[in-house]
Design a protein around this ligand. Sequence first.
Ligand SMILES: Nc1ncnc2c1ncn2[C@@H]1O[C@H](COP(=O)(O)OP(=O)(O)O)[C@@H](O)[C@H]1O
Ligand SMILES: [Mg+2]
Length: 362
Amino acid sequence: MKISSLTLTNFRNYESLKVDFSDKINVFIGKNAQGKTNLLESIFYCCIGKSFKSIKDKDLIRFGCEEGYINLKAERKYRELKIEVKLSKSHKKTILINSLPIRRIGELIGEINVVFFSPNELKLVRESPDERRKFMDIDISQTNKRYFYNLSRYEKILANRNKLLKTSDNLEYVKETIDIWDRALVQTAQKIAFERKKFIEEIMPYTEKAQTYLSGGKEKIELNYACGCGVKLDEKFEENMDKLLKKNIEKDFKLGYTTIGVHRDDIDIFLNDVEVKNFGSQGQQRTVALSLKLAELESMFNRTGEYPILMLDDVFSELDAERQARLLKFVDRTQTFITCTDDKKITGKVFEIASGKIIKQN
Ligand SMILES: Nc1ncnc2c1ncn2[C@@H]1O[C@H](COP(=O)(O)OP(=O)(O)O)[C@@H](O)[C@H]1O
Ligand SMILES: [Mg+2]
């Protein structure tokens, strides 16, 4: 998978940009607040259909403008792709694949696979389970559309169930009517939980390999899928989860929301038998987060036969020289986009960025 060119019109601080990329390493250098991350964001948007920042689509349109536009050309193994995003302040956005508008984001996801890493990704090992669920969801969805649709289905069912719990003041009524949601919830939860478990098992050896490689020593890493459904992942999953939902109905009724389900999932991460979230050093946490991302690369290759594109936003400055060198060697196989504030002597196509313009390139 390769991105060959990108055109931006009134996107963030870019009034107009046209750029051709290298198949290997692309480096964006420049001072702070010049537009390096914005550039990555526009590419990411074409892959996932939303930003890696939690923002509104309209925020992507250049200040003072009504419309913004991204046009990205890419090559996959056997075909070429053109992805266009039309953003408007007054209309819904439109996304086109090879000039045909799509009806839902699910049609876009998986066209170009991407792995994104920034210092913010430390949250992945350090903060709430939310980040780790997002990690699983973005990854799995990119190679499994059914998973993506199941996720949105699950969210809708959960919202309906919660609405019933929250708005009704009659427990007996809730008990009588909730079964319709419970049945749908356990079916979808089962599909999501089994995919997540499979994913964790798949990335585990890759994570360990990357961790060992980056740290230059043998470190034992363990990932454990902690399912929030409270039941074993076996053939009785749906039946058992349903029972548990019924058992907890009074509690859920009191709280006004559902306490059991895949929306409560987490990944426990251990390094040399110690939980990284609470006991790992900052350096260890950073390496683990990066290892997880590199594991994504390998496992996506394993699933699709093509390497996804890799984006490393501002992470170089945070690694020591040896890790930088190791990382560069590791990413040799995949098209990579790197941003940094000074010339780190990375061999690749270097673009210098200032105030939303490319002022120099080699
Ligand atoms: N919608 C927008 N319109 C115009 N400028 C924007 C918009 N959104 C962000 N910016 C500007 O983009 C700059 C930040 O760009 P960014 O890519 O994050 O910088 P960096 O080079 O540090 O990665 C800031 O100056 C900000 O004001
Ligand atoms: Mg930045």
